[in-house]
Design a protein around this ligand. Structure first.
Ligand code: NAD
Ligand code: 89Y
Length: 343
């Protein structure tokens, strides 16, 4: 079977990981790239040997010659680019956060559905191998019926040096980072019905919130806490590890710093090292995220080939994005917000 041909739009900070992922992927390769900044176009085009280069997405689509597009730009351009892809009938991957607003996200899902093209949100954290190991253990029944969980990401890593725009937006940690933790909570504990959130800004040099705590009521009756911070100075910096605590009727699961997965029940006490592979192009401490990029991109190829809906399709990701919107509303209005207000 011949390789699927991809085009990538947005050759910035994170897209380099995506380009490495496509280079390693089985069954796909990137044949064209686009960035409105000619300097980024040259850096990425030269590093990955891509000859077809565009500074305009309209020109890229007009020339065509690819089977899917990978949109790796920041949020403001997601809706126009996804709608452009839909108009050209091109299956589309779009980076998180889905869109600036819930109305935009819904319009993007509708545009792709009308054009009958698959849409996947690049929501990669649930593809991290430690998270998948935890999910497999929960699904095996090792700790019995889950009744409570915590998804935690606390760090003081300087994310602003690589991604300066994160310091300037009115919204920061919920939209940028908690979005992943909220998606992991859905992945492990099921869809949520309501959220109660509190936020605060500790770092005086940024515009948005850098600490957020969310209490989620899941449809199946599980309660979870999702807490994220970029203002937490720990003795050993854990970036970018997501830690888990899950309590079940038979025992407990803990994913603790250093990628230790501990499963405890009356008949089992097991600690496993679930540190992700260090791919040849990856670098610490990002290797966890970088491996998940490769895995989600391979998932996309498998889904396109088999006609299956991707796990983090646009339709699915509306639930995660609704949690983001509901968390901001909950924090602003100091009340519990039902997701029905957004879905
Ligand atoms: P960036 O600013 O470094 O790169 C974005 C690039 O897109 C820039 O080079 C810009 O010139 C280009 N661009 C913007 N609009 C364009 C348009 N309309 N047409 C062509 N090019 C355009 O940003 P980044 O840090 O690489 O982040 C990109 C996205 O990736 C963001 O949405 C961010 O949240 C996400 N991200 C995801 C992860 C993850 O783990 N999933 C990690 C980091 C960043
Ligand atoms: O942009 C963010 C993401 O998606 O993962 C980590 C990050 O790069 C900084 O918070």
């Amino acid at each position: 079977m011949s390789d699927l041909k991809g085009a990538l739009i947005g050759c910035g900070f994170f897209a380099v990981n995506q380009m490495h992922g496509w280079r390693d992927a089985e069954g796909a390769r990137v044949v064209a790239i686009c960035d409105r900044d000619p300097k980024r176009l040259k850096v990425v085009g030269d590093e990955f040997g891509v000859a077809r280069r565009y500074t305009s997405a309209e020109d890229l689509f007009a020339d065509g010659g690819f089977d899917f597009v990978d949109i790796a730009t920041t949020v403001a351009s997601h809706r126009p680019l996804v709608e452009l892809a839909a108009r050209h009938g091109i299956p589309t991957i779009c980076q998180k956060p889905f869109a600036p607003t819930m109305d935009d996200a819904k319009a993007m899902v509708a545009a792709c559905a009308r054009a009958n093209v698959p849409l996947m949100i690049h929501e990669n954290f649930r593809w991290q191998s430690p998270i998948r190991a935890a999910k497999a253990a929960i699904d095996s029944g090792a700790i019995g019926e889950v009744f409570w969980g915590r998804v935690s990401f606390r760090s003081a890593y300087d994310v602003f040096s690589g991604q300066p725009y994160l310091a300037t937006g009115k919204r920061f940690i919920i939209e940028d980072l908690c979005i992943h933790a909220l998606d992991i909570a859905r992945f492990l504990f099921g869809d949520a019905m309501a959220v109660t959130a509190r936020t605060r800004r500790v770092n005086p040099d940024i515009a948005g919130e850098d600490v957020a705590t969310m209490l989620l009521d899941h449809q199946g009756g599980i309660t979870s806490v999702v807490d994220c911070s970029y203002a937490t100075k720990l003795p050993i910096e854990p970036f970018p590890e997501t830690l888990l605590e899950v309590d079940g009727s038979k025992g407990t699961l803990r994913l603790s710093q250093g990628y230790h997965l501990c499963i405890h029940s009356p008949d089992r006490m097991e600690v496993t090292d679930v540190e992700p592979r260090l791919l040849p192009w990856a670098s610490l401490p990002w290797h966890n995220i970088q491996e998940s990029v490769s895995l989600i991109q391979q998932h996309w190829i498998d889904c396109l080939r088999s006609g299956r809906e991707p796990d983090t399709s646009g339709r699915d990701n509306l639930q995660t994005f609704a949690l983001v919107e509901a968390s901001y509303r909950s924090a602003a209005e100091a009340r519990t917000v039902r997701l029905k207000e957004f879905l």
